[in-house]
Design a protein around this ligand. Structure first.
Ligand code: ADP
Ligand code: MG
Length: 256
């Protein structure tokens, strides 16, 4: 059974059809890269998966559980949406750390809030997990630093640890290196690559084409609200079926 099934998802903003009929599946342990021009709907798709936007139509099914069904016209409470959202972790382009909290506190905040045990008995475990995750990100010595004391690449690695702390089924990245100077991009890509090697299930929206090719088990090329092409990295990058895909990729070959 696929871990994630997205079926016929549509989303309009006013008159603009931003997602036209999006369907794809993902298996547990897979890394999926999403590529495509600016404005093609990549961010909107991730926001729909993370319940930051509500699709107009379609289904989103995780682990056999239907999280969203457009034909059911169900209104979800905030509490229900928070629960659905936990299936996904989202790492944003702009890191979005809480500036008033240390790196460690950024990672422990949500797990502490969500902890059923309000006496704090679990908090030691939560902090241990957070330190382990910061360690995985190469940031153990930065645990007590505030975001403004960290480089962009370090902040993004804290954001990745924060997303992992909630044990999402699927970790989503929206252009995780686009706000970084080139010399800081590598350290973030290395961390994502090592997560892929550990078979973390991930969706990665990126303009780093070589990275998208190397890290992914599967690639989606989005164009103007549709998935124009999907397949293995070899299929999409080396033998694209559509002229539009070839044009898009050629634009990147020119600059790299
Ligand atoms: N909240 C919104 N309201 C209106 N239009 C939006 C909104 N969010 C995105 N759009 C439009 O949807 C289209 C797709 O945007 P987006 O999903 O951000 O694409 P991408 O991430 O691929 O660059 C764009 O034309 C954008 O202007
Ligand atoms: Mg975007």
């Amino acid at each position: 059974m696929a871990l994630l099934k997205v079926q016929h998802v549509k989303k309009n903003f006013g008159q603009t059809e931003v997602l036209k009929d999006i369907s794809f599946t993902m298996e547990k342990g897979e890394a999926l890269s999403i590529i495509g021009s600016s404005g093609s709907g990549k961010t909107t798709l991730l926001r729909c998966l993370n319940f930051l936007e509500t699709p107009d139509e379609g289904q989103i099914i995780v682990n056999g559980e239907t999280l969203f069904d457009g034909s059911a016209h169900t209104h979800f409470s905030d509490e229900q949406i928070r629960k659905k959202r936990l299936h996904f972790g989202l790492v944003f382009q702009q890191f979005n750390l809480f500036p008033q909290y240390t790196a460690l506190e950024n990672v422990t905040l949500a797990p502490k809030l969500l902890s059923a045990d309000k006496t704090g008995a679990q908090f030691t475990n939560i902090e241990e997990t957070a330190r382990r995750l910061l360690g995985m990100m190469g940031l153990l010595n930065r645990a007590n630093n505030y975001p403004h004391q960290l480089s962009g690449g370090q902040q993004q690695r804290v954001a990745i640890a924060r997303a992992l702390a909630l044990h999402p089924d699927i970790l989503c990245f929206d252009e995780p290196t686009s706000a970084l100077d080139p010399e800081l991009t590598g350290e973030v890509l290395r961390v994502i690559r090592s997560l892929a090697e550990q078979h973390t299930t991930m969706i990665i929206v990126t303009h780093e084409m070589k990275f998208a090719h190397d890290v992914a088990d599967k690639v989606l090329f989005m164009d103007n609200g549709v998935i124009l092409e999907q397949g293995t990295p070899e299929e999409v990058f080396d033998k694209p079926q559509h002229e539009r895909t070839r044009q898009f990729l050629a634009g990147y070959r020119d600059v790299t």
